[in-house]
Design a protein around this ligand. Structure first.
Ligand code: BGC
Length: 252
C-alpha cells in the first residue's frame, strides 16, 4: 500500500463505520465494516467498539494514518458539544482517549467537516471554486463550509435558530421520519432552511449529503433557490473518506 492509503472511521449515533481508503482515487480498498454504536453512546463504550472495528479494518496494517470523525464540535482534540450523543462527551479530551484506547495516533474531526472535505476532494464539489456549503441530513444536520477547497471547521449550521427552533429538530431527515412528513411538507422546511443559509453565506454551491440524498429526486426539485444544489456523491462513505484524507493532510 502506498502513502496515499489511510483508514477512515465515522462514528455516528447508530453505527460506527470504517474502511481503508485509497486517497488517490477516493475508493475503498477494504470492505466497509459497520458495528452498532453502543447504547447510551458513552465515551468508554464507543472507544472500545472503535477498537474492535479497527482490528477488523486494519487487519494488522499498523502503520496507516487513521482519521476518526464524530458528531460534535471538535476543538484541539476535545469534543465540545453533544447534540445526539451522550453528554459525557462535552469538554472531553476525546482525541487523547481514542489514542490511548486504540494504542495509535489518530486525527480527530467533526463528521460533517469530514464529509464536506471528502466531497471537495473526490465528489460533488471537486474542483468547485468559491464558497461550497455541504449539509448532511440525518439524525441531525451537519454542515461543512469550504472556500476554494479550504475548510472552515465546526460551523454547526444545523443548529441555526429559525422561527424559535433549533432547526435540525425540524428539518433533519429524522424529523421527516418522526413526524411522518411527506416529501412536499419536508421540502417546505428545507426551503426555509436553505433560504436562510443562502441569505447568510451567498454560497456558490450547496451539496446535500446523508443517506436520504439517494432520494434527492424526491425533494431537491421541490426547492426554489438562487444557488445550485446537488446531491453528495459519497453519501454514507463521505465521513470515512474525509476523515482518512484529513489524517494524511494533517499528520501527527
Ligand atoms: C451536531 C454536529 C454534527 C451533525 C451531524 C449535529 O447535531 O451538532 O456536530 O456534525 O449533527 O452528525
Amino acid at each position: 500500500m502506498s502513502e496515499t492509503t489511510a483508514i477512515g472511521i465515522d462514528i455516528g449515533g447508530t453505527g460506527i463505520k470504517g474502511a481503508v481508503v485509497d486517497l488517490a482515487t477516493g475508493e475503498l480498498l477494504s470492505d466497509r465494516v459497520k458495528l452498532a454504536t453502543p447504547k447510551g453512546g458513552r465515551p468508554k463504550d464507543i472507544v472500545e467498539t472503535t477498537r474492535k472495528l479497527l482490528e477488523t479494518v486494519s487487519a494488522g496494517a499498523t502503520d496507516l494514518p487513521i482519521g476518526v470523525c464524530f458528531p460534535a464540535v471538535v476543538k484541539n482534540g476535545h469534543t465540545m458539544s453533544a447534540a445526539n450523543v451522550s453528554e459525557d462527551w462535552i469538554g472531553l479530551a476525546a482525541e487523547d482517549l481514542f489514542e490511548k484506547g486504540l494504542s495509535r495516533r489518530i486525527h480527530f474531526v467533526n463528521d460533517a467537516d469530514a464529509a464536506g472535505y471528502a466531497e471537495s476532494q473526490f465528489g460533488a464539489a471537486k474542483g468547485e471554486p468559491g464558497v461550497v456549503l455541504l449539509t448532511t441530513l440525518g439524525t441531525g444536520i451537519g454542515s461543512a463550509l469550504l472556500n476554494d477547497g479550504v475548510l472552515v471547521p465546526n460551523t454547526e449550521l444545523g443548529h441555526l435558530e429559525i422561527d424559535g427552533h433549533d432547526y435540525e429538530t425540524k428539518a433533519a431527515y429524522s424529523a421527516k421520519e418522526r413526524e411522518d412528513l411527506s416529501w412536499e411538507k419536508w421540502a417546505r422546511r428545507l426551503q426555509k432552511y436553505y433560504t436562510t443559509l443562502e441569505a447568510l453565506f451567498s454560497p456558490d454551491l450547496f451539496v446535500v449529503g446523508g443517506g436520504v440524498s439517494k432520494n434527492h429526486a424526491d425533494f431537491l426539485p421541490l426547492l426554489d433557490l438562487r444557488t445550485r444544489i446537488v446531491p453528495a456523491v459519497h453519501r454514507n462513505n463521505a465521513g470515512i473518506l474525509g476523515a482518512a484524507a484529513l489524517a494524511v493532510k494533517f499528520p501527527g
